[in-house]
Write a protein that binds this ligand. Structure first.
Ligand code: PRX
Length: 657
C-alpha cells in the first residue's frame, strides 16, 4: 500500500469547472453549508422536495436503537409512483424514459406513459401470481426494459425484489432464491451477449430442481419474458409466459402508499465469508438519497439530458443509477443490453453518438480496456454531446482518469469519481460537478449531508496526509438497514469494529491529502474487486475445495492492469486424485469449475498448483505472501511462518524454476 500512497502523493493536477458548466450546475456550494448547519433538516428538505409522499413525514431520523436506523418513519410513499405516475400526471408522459438498444441492434424507445402502463399491468399480474406486500421476488433478466418494469412492479406492490445478475450460475441463483425465500422468479428465455443468445431459463430450472436434500424451493411461479427465442423447457402450472399475461392484464392499478421503512430490495454481495450477504434497503431514505445524488452528482437536467449509466441492474449501481435515481428524476436514459465490444469495439461510442448521450457513468475497468484498444476507436465517433463523465466501483488511476477526460470528455467534461458501496445504497464521496475542482484519482469529498473520516484501528482521526481506515460517522438516508435474516452479522461486520464511537466500518483503506481530499486505497479485508465487482476470497476457495481434486486452496486478489484486481488461486491437489488422473489441464479444469459454480466473473485468472501453502503456527494462511508471488514481487517478511522455507518452494513451483 505504501508504494501506492507515494505514487498518489505526486498527483497535483487540478481541474476547475468551466464557468458555463458552473453557471448551469444543479449542485451548489451552499448545499455543504446547509447540510452542515442541520444535517437532518437538509435531508428532510431533499425528501420533501424531490419525492411525492402520500402521507408526509414528521420524523426525520430515528437513531434510538443503533445501528438500526429509521428515516422518515411516519411517512408513506409508493416508490413506483414516484418513478412513474407522477411524471405522467405532471404532463411528461410523452418523455422517453428508456432508449433501449438490444445487442443485435434492435431498438425501442419507451415513454414514461408506456412504462407506467406496463408496470401497472405487471403489478396486476404479480398480484394474480400471489405476490403481496413483503413477499420476495427474484429477478434474473438481461438488460431489457422488462427488467426495469419488473423491479418497479414489485416495488409498486410493497413487495421486495432480489435481482440476481444474469452472469451468475444456477448455484448462485439457487442460494439467493433460498436465502430470500422468493415466491416468484421473473426471468427470460435468454438474452444477447457477445453476439449470441445466452440462455437464462435453464439456470432457473436447475436452481428450482429437486435438490435431493429434502428441501423444497419456495418458488411457486416463474414468469418468463421471451427475448432470446431459444428453446426452453416448460413446467406446466409453474411457468407463465410474460406475453400471455401482461399485455392482456388490466392497465388500472392504484399505487398504495407504504411506510418509508417498508423493505424495497435485497441485493446479495460478497463479504469476507463464503456466503454472500443479502443487503437490505428500504424505501423513503433510499429513494431520497438515490434521487438527490443522481440529480446533483450527475448534474441531471431531465428536460435536456440523455443519461447513460452502463451498469447492469444485477449490481447496486444498476439499482440506484439505472432504475431508481433516473426514473424518480424523470430522466431520459440509454439502456443497453450487450457488452461494450459487441459486435465491434466501438459499440459504446457508437451509442453515445446515436443517442447524443450527455452524461456517462461507467467503471474504471471499462475505461482501461478502451485505453488498451487505443484512442482511434472512440475517435471514429462524435462524442461532443458528452458534458459530464462519472466513474464508480474501484479506484480510478490518474492515467485512466486523464485518458477519460481527454479522449472521451474532449478536455472539458468534468469527471466525478464516486465512492460508495452496495451497503451505502447511493453515492457518499464525490466531487460536485460545477462546484469542486477535480483531481485525477481522488474521490475527494463527502457529499453534503454525509459525514466520513479516516481513522486508525482505535477510531482516532489520522489527520490530513495520512493513511487509515474509511469510516462513516453519522447515519445516512440510504444506508443498509440490515443483512437479510442475520441481524448479528450486520452488527458484527459493519459496527463492531468502532462500536464505542458508533462508526460504520466500510472495509476500505483511505488517505486524506493535505487539502482533506480522500484517496481510496482498496479493500483492507478479504474482499477482492475485479472489474468493479466484489468477490470474496473465501467464496472462491470454498468453490475450489468443493472440487474432488482439491485438498486445499488459497485465493488472493492480485493487481491487474485492466481489471484492477484479478483472482489468483493457489491449490494443493489430493494425492489420491493424482494417482487416478493426469495432472495436465487441471488448472484450466478448475478455472471452468469456479465459473460454473459461481459465475464467469469469479473464474481465476491464474491457478497455481503447489505442494504447500504458507501458514502461521496457528494455521492461518498468509495471503499477503501469496499476493507478493502473484504480483511477481520480492516475498515479504516470512518470519511468522511455521515453515520459513515454504515460500521459496512455492515460488519455484509458480515460476517453474
Ligand atoms: O472498495 C470500494 C470499491 O467498491 C467497493 C464496493 O463494492 P460494491 O458494493 O460492489 O459497489 C460498487 C459500486 C458502488 C468499495 O468498498 N469502490 C467503489 N467505488 C469506488 C471504490 N473504490 C475506489 N473508488 C471508488 N470510486
Amino acid at each position: 500500500m505504501s508504494s501506492q500512497i507515494d505514487h498518489l502523493l505526486n498527483e497535483t493536477r487540478k481541474f476547475a469547472p468551466s464557468p458555463e458548466f458552473a453557471d448551469n450546475a444543479i449542485a451548489t456550494q451552499e448545499m455543504y453549508a446547509a447540510a452542515k448547519a442541520d444535517r437532518e433538516a437538509f435531508w428532510a428538505d431533499q425528501a420533501r422536495e424531490l419525492l411525492t409522499w402520500s402521507t408526509p413525514f414528521t420524523q426525520v431520523l430515528d437513531w434510538t436503537n443503533p445501528p438500526f436506523a429509521k428515516w422518515f418513519a411516519d411517512g408513506k410513499l409508493n416508490v413506483a409512483y414516484n418513478c412513474l405516475d407522477r411524471h405522467v400526471e405532471a404532463g411528461n408522459g410523452d418523455r422517453v424514459a428508456l432508449l433501449f438498444e438490444g445487442e443485435p441492434g434492435d431498438s425501442r424507445a419507451v415513454t414514461y406513459a408506456e412504462l407506467t402502463d406496463e408496470v401497472k399491468r405487471l403489478a396486476n399480474v404479480l398480484t394474480d401470481l400471489g405476490v403481496g406486500q413483503g413477499d420476495r421476488v427474484a429477478i434474473y433478466l438481461p438488460m431489457i426494459p422488462e427488467a426495469i418494469a419488473s423491479m418497479l412492479a414489485v416495488a409498486r406492490l410493497g413487495a421486495i425484489h432480489s435481482v440476481v445478475f444474469g452472469g451468475f450460475s444456477a448455484d448462485s441463483l439457487r442460494s439467493r432464491i433460498d436465502d430470500a425465500g422468493a415466491k416468484v422468479v421473473i426471468t427470460a428465455d435468454g438474452g444477447y451477449r457477445k453476439g449470441r443468445v445466452s440462455p437464462l431459463k435453464p439456470a432457473v430450472d436447475q436452481a428450482l430442481a429437486d435438490r435431493g436434500n429434502g428441501t423444497q424451493a419456495t418458488v411457486e411461479k416463474v414468469l418468463v419474458v421471451k427475448r432470446g427465442g431459444n428453446d426452453v423447457e416448460w413446467t406446466a402450472g409453474r411457468d407463465v409466459w410474460w406475453h400471455d399475461v401482461v399485455p392482456s392484464a388490466s392497465g388500472e392499478h392504484e399505487a398504495e402508499g407504504f411506510d418509508a421503512e417498508n423493505p424495497l430490495f435485497i441485493l446479495y454481495t460478497s463479504g469476507t465469508t463464503g456466503n454472500p450477504k443479502g443487503i437490505l434497503h428500504t424505501s423513503g431514505g433510499y429513494l431520497t438519497q438515490a434521487t438527490f445524488t443522481n440529480r446533483t452528482v450527475h448534474d441531471l437536467h431531465p428536460e435536456t439530458d440523455v443519461y447513460w449509466c452502463t451498469a447492469d441492474i444485477g449490481w447496486i449501481t444498476g439499482h440506484t443509477y439505472v432504475t431508481y435515481g433516473p426514473l424518480a428524476n424523470g430522466a431520459t436514459q440509454v439502456l443497453y443490453e450487450g457488452t461494450p465490444d459487441s459486435p465491434h469495439p466501438g459499440r459504446w461510442w457508437e451509442l453515445v453518438e446515436k443517442y447524443g448521450v450527455t452524461v456517462l457513468y461507467t467503471a474504471p475497468t471499462a475505461i482501461r480496456s478502451f485505453m488498451k484498444l487505443g484512442r482511434q476507436v472512440p475517435e471514429q465517433f462524435d462524442l461532443s454531446s458528452l458534458r459530464l463523465l462519472g466513474s464508480v466501483g474501484e479506484p480510478i488511476n490518474p492515467e485512466a482518469w486523464m485518458w477519460y477526460r481527454h479522449v472521451i470528455g474532449g478536455d472539458t467534461a468534468p469527471i466525478v469519481d464516486t465512492w460508495w458501496q452496495t451497503e451505502t445504497g447511493a453515492i457518499m464521496i464525490s466531487a460536485l460537478p460545477g462546484v469542486t475542482e477535480t483531481k485525477p484519482g481522488s474521490a475527494q469529498v463527502a457529499l453534503p449531508g454525509i459525514s466520513i473520516d479516516v481513522v486508525d484501528d482505535k477510531g482516532v482521526d489520522v489527520g490530513d496526509g495520512n493513511g487509515g481506515l474509511l469510516v462513516i460517522t453519522e447515519p445516512w438516508p440510504s444506508m443498509l438497514r440490515g443483512i437479510w435474516g442475520d441481524p448479528d452479522r450486520f452488527v458484527e461486520t459493519y459496527w463492531k469494529m468502532f462500536q464505542d464511537k458508533g462508526y460504520y466500518f466500510a472495509g476500505d483503506g483511505a488517505r486524506l491529502d493535505d487539502d482533506g481530499d480522500v484517496w481510496l486505497l482498496g479493500r483492507v479485508d478479504d474482499v477482492m474487486n475485479v472489474s468493479g465487482h466484489r468477490l470474496s476470497t473465501a467464496e472462491i476457495e470454498s468453490s475450489l475445495v468443493g472440487h474432488e481434486a482439491v485438498a486445499e486452496a488459497a485465493v488472493v486478489g492480485a493487481s491487474d492492469e485492466t481489471t484492477g484486481q484479478a483472482v489468483v488461486a493457489f491449490v494443493i491437489i489430493k494425492e489420491s486424485y493424482l494417482k487416478a488422473h493426469q495432472p495436465d489441464g487441471l488448472a484450466q479444469l478448475l478455472r471452468l469449475w469456479v465459473g460454473e459454480q459461481i459465475g464467469p466473473i469469479a473464474r481465476p485468472r491464474d491457478i497455481y498448483i503447489v505442494g504447500e501453502l504458507p501458514k502461521t503456527r496457528s494455521g492461518k494462511i498468509m495471503r499477503r505472501l501469496l499476493r507478493d508471488v502473484a504480483e511477481g514481487r520480492e516475498v515479504g517478511d516470512t518470519t511468522t511462518l511455521a515453515d520459513t522455507m515454504v515460500m521459496s518452494t512455492i515460488k519455484g513451483q509458480v515460476t517453474g524454476k
